[in-house]
Ligand binder design. Structure first.
Ligand SMILES: [Mn+2]
Length: 328
């Protein structure tokens, strides 16, 4: 397996975790600009090279939308953007954990806009792709990955936490969460994985495979404030290489001191630490041109873990199992 030596050179734009339609309360942005506008702009910028015809294929490895039922305006925006790209080059999108109802239902049918809601093997000329959408159980992922790679693939697409993936304050390990996949779940012979899910960009070596994760195209939460955002460009030919391309991203600032207020620049997304919050601090941040994250008034306590979560996760996994079971 791996790329056949006769394979013609191909350039692939790989983006992920665009979280379109995200709704975040932001105060102080001019002209009704919202965080969703930032994320739409990031996705459009990432797709720029594809719109200019500079790549041969676009892969979106999941969490296209922030919610499984995105607002209609976000669906319309995404459809328009992806169709514009698909007029130039084929686009493959796979559902992430946020797209748990699948993506085909949201996107227009087009020969070159391929929403893979179920595990699939796709062929573009001499390039074979294995596609496995997010699934909540590593064993099921492994079986699907085995099936889609049985005839050989050059690249496997996934939206999954791989063993060793790092997010702030946490390293994913097989067995700790039932959806984390590792060496034992990867089919033998897979050398390259184009992967979504983990928002800080990183490359992992998992067994014989390089797992390339471009991360999210914009920050989806304050936790990501220190992360460089962007997308990846793969060059496939006799050799396989990839590089990360940076996107500007909007600065996020936690304001927790007088000195912190002075660091605020126009258009920064600002979070005032609860212990430091006063109406005067809010006004000072606004005067510096900072946009305020969250509702007005004293900082609310962090939202408690939702009680219904286990029940929701069970339903999600059941729905996914339907998608992963081939029709009789
Ligand atoms: Mn995501």
């Amino acid at each position: 397996m791996g790329l056949p030596r006769h394979c013609t050179a191909m350039r692939i734009l790989h983006l992920s975790d665009t979280h379109l339609g995200i709704e975040r309360l932001v105060r102080g942005a001019p002209g009704g600009w919202s965080r969703a506008d930032d994320l739409r702009q990031a996705a459009a910028t990432a797709l720029g090279p594809a719109l200019r015809g500079e790549v041969d294929l676009v892969l979106h490895t999941g969490d296209l939308f922030n919610r499984s039922q995105p607002p209609p305006w976000a669906v319309a925006d995404a459809a328009a953007l992806l169709l514009a790209v698909a007029r130039r080059v084929p686009v493959v999108v796979i559902p992430g954990n946020h797209d748990r109802r699948g993506l085909a239902r949201h996107l227009p049918r087009s020969r070159r806009l391929i929403a893979c809601d179920a595990p699939t093997r796709l062929v573009f000329g001499e390039l074979a792709l294995g596609v496995v959408p997010f699934v909540g159980r590593a064993e099921i992922w492994a079986e699907a990955a085995r099936n889609v790679t049985a005839r050989g693939v050059d690249l496997l697409l996934a939206h999954q936490a791989f063993d060793g993936a790092v997010v702030p304050g946490r390293v994913f390990r097989v067995g700790q969460e039932q959806d984390t996949v590792g060496c034992r779940h990867l089919p033998a012979g897979v050398q390259y994985v184009a992967c979504g899910h983990i928002h800080p960009r990183q490359v992992l070596q998992v067994g014989a495979a390089a797992v390339v994760q471009p991360g999210s195209t914009e920050r989806t939460s304050l936790v990501e404030r220190g992360q460089t955002k962007g997308y990846a460009v793969w060059e496939l030919g006799r050799r396989v290489t990839w590089r990360f391309v940076d996107l500007p991203g909007r600065r996020m600032v936690v304001v927790s001191s007088e000195a912190g207020i002075k660091e605020v620049r126009r258009g920064d997304l600002c979070w005032i630490a609860p212990a430091f919050w006063t109406p005067e601090v809010e006004r000072a941040v606004s005067r510096c041109g900072g946009w305020l994250l969250g509702p007005a008034g004293p900082r609310p306590a962090p939202r408690a873990q939702r009680e219904r979560r286990p029940e929701r996760e069970r339903r999600v996994i059941e729905r996914q199992l339907d998608l992963f079971t081939p029709a009789p």
